[in-house]
Design a protein around this ligand. Sequence first.
Ligand code: GLN
Length: 309
Amino acid sequence: MQCQSNTELEALVEEAKQQTQHGKIADYIPALALADEDKLSVALYYPDGRCYSAGDIDENFTLQSISKVLSLALALMDHGEEYVFDRVGQEPTGDPFNSIAKLETNKPSKPLNPMINAGALAITHMIKGDSVEDRLQRLLAFIRKLSGNKSITYNHMIAQSELETGHLNRSLCYFMKQHGVINEPVEELMDLYTKQCAIEMNCLDLARIGCVLAMDGADPVSGEQIIPWDIARICKTFMVTCGMYNASGEFAIKVGIPAKSGVAGGIMGSIPKKCGIAICGPSLDDKGNSIAGLKLLEMMSKNYSLSMF
Ligand code: GLN
């Protein structure tokens, strides 16, 4: 059964919202701590262009880790599968997203997958362009096309805040530089990565991106193949195996859809051939996933029979 009205979603948002009090806003990036933890919004985008939404829908939020799926798609389009997966693995880690542990124990030394920070940094390193600015503009152009929103840009204050405080990510970069996974100046890569993570949009924009991935990379309105279908398939597969960090297994059982979360509270869902979903709820659980967002997705999965399994 498909969603029929915004009112239906409003009721689910109201119920899920009660969860926000049990979570906490991410504050390790100081500027993220300014978000309102009681907010919750959702949008659902169907391939025929129908779109339903509820909650604080006009709020913009930064993609954070959700951007990892989009930079992966671009890096795969730039270099092809073999090059990318020679340098970044394809296995879930079971560790927190910012863990450095497996970088040392995994031999040969390469990040285990593109959805953890180490892997995402190595992927951002691969985005082609003549300068950081050029690479950023290529990524932004790609994301504007996917979302159908030409005005999408990044949040300067949040990017700067992460650049000033992201020493753990810096250490991942230095580790990988020592082992030859990356070879550009660490500060350049940090500059590009923090801007990538700070790209912001609202749930309607993000649900449309989820829908493009759901439709194997084709724009739901024009039919244009924005991402080659095999790359869209790889992205969705990583979303299933690693998209919700070290909660991906439980999420697959409870919700059962390809999804990617970010520490600003966003979640992008992409249900093959069915629809795209976006949620934003900044209050997070202990793994870094939107606590009310998870509840909302569980209810939506049940009501609209979304689980793939
Ligand atoms: N920019 C964040 C970081 O690198 C993204 C992490 C996340 O959303 N889990 O720490």
